[in-house]
Design a protein around this ligand. Sequence first.
Ligand SMILES: *[C@@H]1O[C@H](CO)[C@@H](O)[C@H](O)[C@H]1NC(C)=O
Ligand SMILES: *[C@@H]1O[C@H](CO)[C@@H](O)[C@H](O)[C@H]1NC(C)=O
Length: 138
Amino acid sequence: MLFTTVVSLLALAASGLTAPTLGPQELIVVSPNITSPQAGDFWLAGSTQVVRWNTANIPPAAAKNTGLLLIGHITIMRDQDGKEYPSENLDINHPLASGFRLTDGNVTVVVPHIIPRDDYMLVLFGDSGNTSPTFTIL
Ligand SMILES: *[C@@H]1O[C@H](CO)[C@@H](O)[C@H](O)[C@H]1NC(C)=O
Ligand SMILES: *[C@@H]1O[C@H](CO)[C@@H](O)[C@H](O)[C@H]1NC(C)=O
């Protein structure tokens, strides 16, 4: 899973690349697992929290990649045929953090004052997204 040639547009945005002039190095996809928050955790709005992820499997070629951390929650949407599909509702306009090094394994965030829910989750874009378990913001 680490080495694929799929690159998301968000990853391009996160790494500050504007032109599609990617070499093979930039096409390495990293998806570090989020280890904190864990399922059932709760965060207070306005508090400071540390988000952590595994760095063990980050390939050397991706060591300089920067990350983008987005918050969202799952809702079930319906397409025009009435078929249900999950939407992550990622708030791409208000990243919790960006520009940090993936190899750091953590980033400190201030919890936004958003609508309380018990099904928030984070997506860490290293080069591809990785979703945390759901947790609560009070
Ligand atoms: C993430 O966790 C899954 C399941 O535990 C594991 O198979 C995978 O190797 C992990 N990926 C990384 C990059 O550590
Ligand atoms: C975050 O990662 C940096 C770099 O690896 C490390 O120096 C620091 O101690 C970590 N901070 C926390 C709160 O874990």
